[in-house]
Design a protein around this ligand. Sequence first.
Ligand code: ADP
Ligand code: MG
Length: 356
Amino acid sequence: ARYLPLLLYGLLIVLAFAHALILFMNGQLTVGEVITYMGLLEVLRFPTYISLFTFSAVQLGLAGAARILQTIKAETELDENAAGHSAPIRGEITFERVSFGYGQPSGEGQGAAPGEGETAPISRPLVLRDISFHISPGEIVAIVGQTGSGKTTLTRLVNRIFDATSGRVLIDGVDVRDWSLDSLRSQISTIEQDIFLFSRSIAENIAFGAAGNASRAQIEQAAREAQAHDFIMALPDGYDTVIGERGVTLSGGQRQRIAIARAFLTDPRILILDDSTSAIDSATEDEIQKAMRRIMRGRTTLLITHRLSQIRWADRVLVLRRGELVAQGTHEELLATSEPYRRICARYEETDRVSR
Ligand SMILES: Nc1ncnc2c1ncn2[C@@H]1O[C@H](COP(=O)(O)OP(=O)(O)O)[C@@H](O)[C@H]1O
Ligand SMILES: [Mg+2]
């Protein structure tokens, strides 16, 4: 099909020349007119050749577009559930015999059949195994365990960054897969250790993620609650100070407080705090502790931490070990009954001391 234009052009020339010859024979055209006519046909040569290149370019483009569309569609089909359950969250979280394994790296697998969930189970080693627990609204629950035991993964099932491989995750008694993703995610905030800030003003960074446009007053209020207002005011342009490569750099503790201010503005019902790295001294800053305590108030909180001082804030502790929930209870209960927990605490005490 590629060379079709060239073929057509060739045929056109031949036919036109034949036609011109006939007319010439009949004396209806002069030699000059025939030559002029053929000369004019030459003008078509260039677009014909160009069309060869554009044709292949367009074809490539179409193929690419088809693949992009396929990806977009696949992802929305899997996820959104816009018509799903949408309601204010109270903050009850229930895991019912949840197991989870990461699939293969989710590249555009060639000819990956849309039938999701049909991937061979062998290729998905379970990161979480048969986990069940219940968290009441407003409860603060610490999750402890060694690195790689699945703490972060567990929290990812709550806001549906991933779906459980088997079992169910319920929020307020409704399967997360039945929630409208939008409604679900807008009411759950995650603060991770690695805080991502845009190369924009501080105010814009705080307002990021808030529904609608937050007013300056609301932004300042959030910053105050996050103990960030004072250091922001000390910056050259206050809330309009630009962060990032061409702006100021903030310390880890300052970034963390920006993230907490963000969360205050979003006012989530469920809060996930993932303090993944154990040795960051910023987290021991008095102001951060204060901000963290305040953001947790009245919200269901999943608190991943390596700090004994923070574990003591929790109403309950879940102990994970290699993807299994090996114990749960209050700090004191677990100290009395759980050997793995005592070991973890001993180690945490060390990191606590080191980072002070
Ligand atoms: N995106 C991912 N894809 C594949 N495997 C992952 C991914 N994230 C984590 N894992 C694996 O899952 C296990 C649990 O990780 P994680 O939940 O991050 O543990 P923790 O937060 O307790 O340190 C680890 O073995 C890790 O290598
Ligand atoms: Mg982690």
